[in-house]
Design a protein around this ligand. Structure first.
Ligand code: PAF
Length: 281
């Protein structure tokens, strides 16, 4: 496994890979890797000659300094995990290697996708995501890049960015990987206390019930039901629940036959913010 922390050394290496007509699959991460990340890497390995994983905790996508400082950093363990799935190349740049001295995000227009859900609660988050993902694409020049559907809004925004900028990369969305009790895998789960960890599967249980209700009840009614359920919960605090159309991410008022919908949720388990979603139709 080749490990690089400088852009120039990585691009030189990847240039040779490209010259041999080999394809590059790319999995961008912020480290603290778990089985969900490994499943993306396995998918990338199956469809490309070389897999590049980046580990970079991107400061410009955090709207909260405490969250950035507390973000788990487990590089030694991450590298062991990456070796175990035969990852080919790891890129672990420093903040100055990526941003030089100007640690700020560029402004993007994602045709309104950025104003829904996470965009309402995490100021500037998607400008930060767009900035880093575009920068990494320019460095790695992958044929395909893999993102988990847990961050479904992020996935749609990256697809939009690729389309609007004609970037030569195919974006692949991969199904959410869950713990046996249903909790969506996330690097943030390791920061949950035992009580919050035990409570957290309630999120997916509620999503599954909402999915069942979607067959017979309208989105407004289901949203009210979920809100009430969380109001009664002793530990978990609902930030938002919304049923939205997959393409526009706009809240669904009525159901239309040829459209696909998902239920999206963000919940505070103490100070830890967890998100999840489920396909409805
Ligand atoms: O999903 C993540 O881990 C991050 O948002 C990403 C895509 C690696 C960009 O920093």
């Amino acid at each position: 496994m080749h490990i690089f922390n400088k852009k120039q050394a990585l691009t030189q290496f990847l240039k040779q890979v490209k010259q041999k007509q080999k394809t590059i699959g790319f999995v961008p991460t912020m480290g603290a890797l778990h089985k969900g990340h490994l499943s993306l890497i396995k998918k990338a390995k199956a469809k490309n000659n070389i897999v590049v994983v980046s580990i970079f905790v991107n400061p410009t996508q955090f709207d909260n300094v405490e969250d950035l400082n507390q973000y788990p950093k487990t590089l030694v363990k991450d590298l062991d995990l990456l070796k175990s799935v035969a990852c080919d190349v790891v890129f672990t740049p420093s903040v100055s290697e990526i941003y030089n001295t100007n640690i700020s995000a560029k402004k993007f227009n994602f045709d309104g996708l950025e104003h829904q859900m996470e965009g309402k609660f995490r100021d500037g988050h998607f400008n930060g995501v767009g900035t880093i993902v575009k920068a990494l694409f320019e460095i790695v020049k992958p044929n395909k890049a893999y993102f988990g559907e847990k961050d479904f809004q992020q996935l749609q925004i990256i697809k939009k960015m690729v389309k609007k900028n004609n970037l030569p990369v195919k974006i692949k969305g991969c199904a959410i990987f869950r713990e046996p009790d249903g909790l969506a895998m996330s690097s943030r789960n390791t920061r949950l206390t035992e009580a919050y960890r035990n409570a957290a599967p309630f999120i997916y249980k509620t999503l599954k019930k909402a999915k069942k209700k979607f067959g017979t009840e309208n989105a407004t009614k289901i949203t009210a039901w979920v809100t009430k359920k969380f109001k009664k919960h002793p530990l978990l605090e609902l930030e938002y629940f919304t049923i939205a159309e997959e393409k526009t991410l706009e809240t669904a008022i009525t159901k239309e036959k040829n459209k696909k919908y998902r239920a999206f949720i963000a919940v505070f388990a103490g100070k830890i913010r967890l998100i999840d979603n489920i396909r409805l139709k």
